[in-house]
Design a protein around this ligand. Sequence first.
Ligand SMILES: Cc1ncc(COP(=O)(O)O)c(C=O)c1O
Length: 355
Amino acid sequence: MPGVGAAKSSVILEGMDLGFHGDLEVGSGLVDLAVNVRRAPMPPWLAEPIAASLADLAAYPDPAPATAAVAARHARPAGEVLLTAGAAQGFVLLAQALRGARRAVVVHPQFTEPEAALRQAGHEVTRVVLPEASGFALDPALVPDDADLVFVGNPTNPTSVLHPAEAVAALARPGRVLVVDEAFADTTGEVESLAERRDLPGLVVVRSLTKTWGLAGLRIGYLLGPADLLARLAAVQPLWAVATPALAAAAACASPVAVAAEREIAAALAADRDHLVAALRDVPGVRVEGRPASSFVLVRISGGGRVRQALRDLGYAVRRGDTFPGLGADWLRIAVRDTAVTDGFVSALRKTMEA
Ligand SMILES: Cc1ncc(COP(=O)(O)O)c(C=O)c1O
């Protein structure tokens, strides 16, 4: 039966459900600060091609035009782009195609699907957990030298930490596939993105179009990387994996108009995030980690589990932190919303903290 808890079969490790995601926090009537998908009306340059594509549904999808558009956006040849049914599919293709990897490493805390996909494909996974004391900053020296498949997020979900591009690039080397999950790179204005770096050996950049463009239900993302490696990933991708409306969205989101709109959205987001962070820092007992850089903010609250439940009782869903390796129940992730929603949320939070 569909509903809460009915996600795909999960990888549960030491009681931690790696298949738990923010959508499972959201229930009827709750204000959603758990899912990091932007809610805004779709601009006409996006809505129109998606709607027009419905006239072509009798034909099998042709990814070539959208692939060319994405390649042009990132100044790469088309062979260095693989469109996927969301970034999530990219992790599965990597895990399946690279079964021969000897040592897969996942840098945590981060989105749990890469580790789940690796384990589902039979990999043993070495976790590198970035310490809270360093603000969850990436120290490339923590990644073992013999790791030949490495996953890191930038900016990182759930910490909202943006690692310097040089620190991430320092992980690339011959004989290693370095996967950088840039699902939220557009929320930062792309400042530390490696999407256009073609000189780093084995670099695969994972991108999502579901967050900023509110297309989580359409399933569209892509991989950027060396053509020979992407060909191996394409070989394990199901036939016609990306539907025609999703291809129309990918082409539209690669246009200069879309890229300019992304920058404006990132600037507005930064103002909304500053508002949220300032308000949170004003609530006694709430600690905001570091300098959040993306569309969500990680907080530490003693008794976070109780606070999360009390917030639900007051009508607000936030993302629990205890399903992220390296965090725990005292951590909560809060999506950046407009100032009115933020103000309502923070006053509910104050109430729960005073209770
Ligand atoms: C960091 C990160 N990467 C990838 C994804 C998956 O995105 P998509 O909807 O494109 O599969 C998510 C979704 O929450 C995410 O948070």
